[in-house]
Design a protein around this ligand. Structure first.
Ligand SMILES: O=P(O)(O)O[C@H]1O[C@H](CO)[C@@H](O)[C@H]1O
Ligand SMILES: [Mn+2]
Ligand SMILES: [Mn+2]
Length: 397
């Protein structure tokens, strides 16, 4: 039998959660609601395309402000619960591809142990500064000018399992920063660290007021310990095309071609261009600005404007979809810009599933794991099924 869809496209709106998950209390995240609070801060979101697909239909009991419930939405709609222990990008994306991260990765709320810091210092020949949780933009405001004089490494972490190194591009050249990060990555794979990501955070500018982070960020994730749906597709000779930080998140495993992007806009342009390409398999796009530029910065209005800009580009992409295309729009976790702190929030994520071939659409049962997404992709292409996840392919009519 030939497969139902020739191309499946997943767009991850990084951190665009749709309300507290049932286990939010375990994360001290009760009351978080990324989409809801963003829409309130905007006095209503203007997202006609997401609206038409059925975004507010996902939670009719609490529609998103400015997004009317549709009598005839164009997409199947539901929300998904995460089973991974963490609420970071790696957990969310690996789970989508059938590999939940059930053992919690370690976090370092008091900074990294001396032993690790000393190794980084002797490898790099540079002193480590800060070594505590911080907001990335605040920490370069605070220490960037000092770093320009001393060449020290600004090391910081967050509520996630991350070690981040901020470095001025003209003081610590990119190549050098990447080498230091690779070294730190090697040291933190196994216990006692078992760290999700080491992230290179380069920036430029002349003074605290003008520092700006650049698109040369690199995420060094753990290598997935088992094959994911990306591998199953790739092993079967199908195309696996990755836009944005997807390639980094999977350490390139199972990815045929990948492109880094500089912004959401750039990511959507790349995605839209892929629609003109005659490929066979999966396109997987991550739009990280929602998270990195607005969620962690707790900027709900800018977050909302980014959603509106995405929606405009979505409007340009939708008419390019053919009958044998399937589009799934979702998120990897929440990051409520109206919430306390600066960390991700434990939320349900929205799921909108659209194809021009659908004759009937409507509500889906809530998915108990993001892995249902990967299972559906694997099912469609008749490749090996992931151990976790249930396909909803047969629901799509
Ligand atoms: O504050 P910035 O540097 O954006 O860092 C944030 O980005 C990391 C990855 O999303 C999070 O763990 C958080 O620390
Ligand atoms: Mn993320
Ligand atoms: Mn984040």
């Amino acid at each position: 039998m030939t497969e139902r869809f020739k191309r499946i496209h997943i767009i991850v709106l990084d951190s665009v959660g749709i309300g507290e998950a049932t286990d939010a209390a375990n994360y001290n995240d009760e009351g978080c609601d990324t989409l809801g609070h963003t829409a309130e801060a905007m006095n209503g979101l203007n997202v006609p395309n997401l609206t038409k697909l059925g975004l507010s239909n996902i939670r009719p009991e609490r529609p998103i402000q400015g997004v009317p419930i549709q009598e005839k939405p164009l997409a199947y709609y539901t929300k998904m619960h995460e089973v991974s222990a963490g609420k970071d990008s790696m957990d969310g994306h690996w789970e989508m591809m059938g590999l939940p991260v059930r053992t919690p990765l370690h976090t370092f709320p008091n900074g990294f142990p001396d032993e690790l810091v000393q190794k980084i210092e002797s490898f790099s020949g540079r002193k480590v500064l800060w070594n505590k949780p911080a907001s990335g933009t605040e920490i370069i405001k605070k220490f960037g000018e000092r770093q320009m004089k001393t060449g020290e490494l600004i090391v910081y972490t967050s509520g996630d399992s991350v070690l981040q190194i901020a470095a001025h591009e003209h003081v610590i050249p990119l190549e050098e920063l990447y080498k230091i990060c690779e070294y730190a990555r090697k040291l933190t794979i196994d216990e006692p660290y078992h760290l999700g990501r080491v992230i290179a955070r380069p920036y430029v500018g002349n003074s605290a007021d003008t520092f700006e982070r650049t698109a040369n960020r690199r995420d060094l994730t753990l290598v997935p310990p088992e094959k994911t749906v990306l591998n199953f597709l790739n092993d079967a000779g199908l195309d696996t095309l990755a836009v944005g930080k997807i390639n980094d998140i999977f350490s390139g495993k199972g990815i045929k071609e990948g492109w880094h992007t500089v912004s959401n806009e750039d990511g959507m342009e790349r995605f839209t261009a892929l629609l003109d390409r005659d490929f066979h398999g999966l396109s997987f796009t991550n739009l990280v600005d929602f998270d990195a530029k607005y969620g962690h910065r707790r900027e709900p209005v800018l977050f909302g404007k980014a959603l509106e800009a995405f929606d405009r580009q979505l409007g340009e992409a939708l008419p390019k979809l053919k009958k044998d295309d399937l589009l799934m729009i979702t998120a990897d976790h929440g990051n409520d810009p109206g919430f306390r702190g600066t960390d991700h929030t434990r939320e349900f994520v929205p799921l909108l599933v659209y194809s021009p071939s659908f004759s009937s659409v409507g509500a889906f049962p809530v998915r108990q794991t993001f892995a249902d997404l990967g299972a559906t992709v694997a099912d469609n292409f008749a490749v090996e099924m992931p151990k976790t996840g249930e396909s909803f392919l047969s629901f799509l009519n």
